[in-house]
Design a protein around this ligand. Structure first.
Ligand code: SF4
Ligand code: SF4
Length: 444
């Protein structure tokens, strides 16, 4: 069994929904589709209030090289376009669509399956770009850009990230089991961009059914399945590459610098849809879980579905007040302040947690115990970063590798003094970015 070199933790898995088949969620009464669902500039709206739209119609054009198209998740009418709470924590320009109940595709989309082997690489990349495919594991990096690395970077290993190491989340697990062919064909399409590259599927040991199924189904493709130790953050790009190939992605390097490309499971399935079926990215599979929701499920929901609609679909909340609402997993997800935020292309899960699962202990001074350092898979000294940030000496954090922190939360998780190290690390990153911006503006 493979794993990454150093650090890591094994939090309680709580994967309650690993045996729950994906449910198709009905289209809600109103969809809120943000123009920002990716890294890069938000898309530019192509529609106006009262416009009629068809399912899959492009309603937001990519604005620049690193940006992505946005599509209507169903047919209906544009009700309003305004700033609205976004699961990323900010307000984002959002197109509200009132479904007409017909769920009618735009002509020319959702076509019968086409053999991707006969398509030239440029055509496949164009279809991925037109479909607005982005990294669905959370990064949101436009896929057509990622699959076109600089010419001097030779990719010899394509890795499918089937780790899903975040507690509670099981959406990728279910996709591996239920959309097996789509994932494999998507992976074959991605590998076709890197001639001669080997394909490895890394899956954590806690998904034995997916490992067995993929071992059988991936064989005709010549893909290798590797069992990974259940250890967080096994799904971090650098950790996964290290576990599978033994290579280390150094400071300031990207996966292609060590000959690797990593794809998320949902992204691979979406690539299949874009290339073989002319299907834009208008829905995704996510896990709805936690101890405050009545029915925990894996659902396929349209992009723009509000978290409040997920609650209704999952039988409501099992208590009057949910104390914590998280978009994503409990380690790297973002706490939300409203139920009226929408599912986006990168929403892998939504968790509803009640009080008894939330550590209420007060933050105490650092004991210099070194536990945070032991578990940091990036090899940092989280206690130093936290202390500098808290003292307002954020500029000094650069020399302690602040930019290498992937905000995995392992340090905060193990800290006996309950120090919110990730908060202070994120704070330092924000302040330093601001200082840099001001310096650029003033020409210094
Ligand atoms: S784990 Fe907490 S108490 Fe221990 S060194 Fe790190 S910050 Fe300090
Ligand atoms: S959040 Fe950053 S500093 Fe803390 S363990 Fe993860 S990578 Fe290390």
């Amino acid at each position: 069994m493979k794993t990454f070199r150093s650090g890591g933790i094994h939090p309680e898995e709580n994967k309650f929904t690993s045996g729950s088949p994906i449910e198709e969620m009905p289209v809600p009464a109103l969809l809120a589709v943000p123009l920002l669902q990716h890294i890069g500039k938000p898309a530019k709206a192509l529609v106006a209030v009262n416009d009629e739209v068809k399912k899959g119609q492009c309603i937001g054009e990519a604005d620049g090289f690193v940006s992505a198209r946005i599509h209507a998740p169903t047919s209906g009418k544009v009700k309003k376009i305004e700033k609205h709470p976004h699961p990323g924590g900010q307000f984002a320009q959002t197109i509200f669509i009132e479904p007409d109940g017909k769920d009618e595709w735009l002509e020319g989309l959702n076509t019968p399956e086409e053999d991707f082997n006969v398509l030239p690489a440029e055509e496949k990349l164009l279809r991925i770009k037109n479909a607005g495919i982005v990294g669905m594991g959370g990064a949101g990096f436009p896929a057509h850009v990622k699959f076109s690395p600089p010419k001097d970077k030779k990719i010899d290993t394509l890795i499918l990230n089937g780790a899903e190491c975040e507690p509670y989340l099981t959406a990728d697990h279910r996709l591996l089991l239920e959309n097996t062919d789509e994932v494999l064909k998507g992976l074959a399409i991605i590998s076709s961009f890197f001639k001669g590259a080997g394909v490895v599927m890394g899956i954590e040991e806690n998904k034995p059914d997916a490992i067995a199924l993929m071992t059988e189904k991936a064989a005709p493709y010549g893909f290798q399945v590797v069992t990974l130790k259940a250890r967080y953050p096994q799904g971090g790009e650098k950790q996964l590459i290290n576990a599978v190939t033994g290579r280390s992605v150094g400071n300031g390097q990207l996966p292609f610098d060590v000959g690797c490309m990593v794809s998320n499971v949902a992204t691979a399935a979406a690539v299949y849809g874009a290339v073989c079926r002319t299907r834009p990215l208008i829905d995704r599979v996510l896990t709805v879980s936690g101890n405050a929701i009545k029915k925990r499920k894996n659902v396929r929901a349209r992009i723009g579905t509000m978290f409040s609609d997920l609650v209704t679909h999952c039988g409501g909340l099992g208590l009057k007040r949910t104390n914590l609402l998280i978009s994503g997993g409990p380690m790297m997800g973002k706490a939300q302040y409203s139920f009226e935020v929408p599912v986006t292309k990168t929403t892998s899960g939504v968790l509803f947690i009640k009080e008894d699962r939330i550590a209420a202990a007060k933050e105490r001074p650092c004991l210099r115990c070194g536990r945070c350092e032991e578990v940091c898979a990036a090899g940092l000294k989280p206690w130093v970063l936290g202390n500098l940030s808290q003292k307002g000496e954020t500029e000094k954090t650069a020399e302690y590798g602040l930019s290498q922190c992937m905000e995995c939360g392992s340090c905060s998780y193990v800290c006996p003094s309950k120090r919110d190290l990730v908060h202070w690390i994120k704070y330092a990153k924000t302040i330093n970015a601001d200082i840099k911006k001001r310096a650029v503006k003033s020409g210094n």
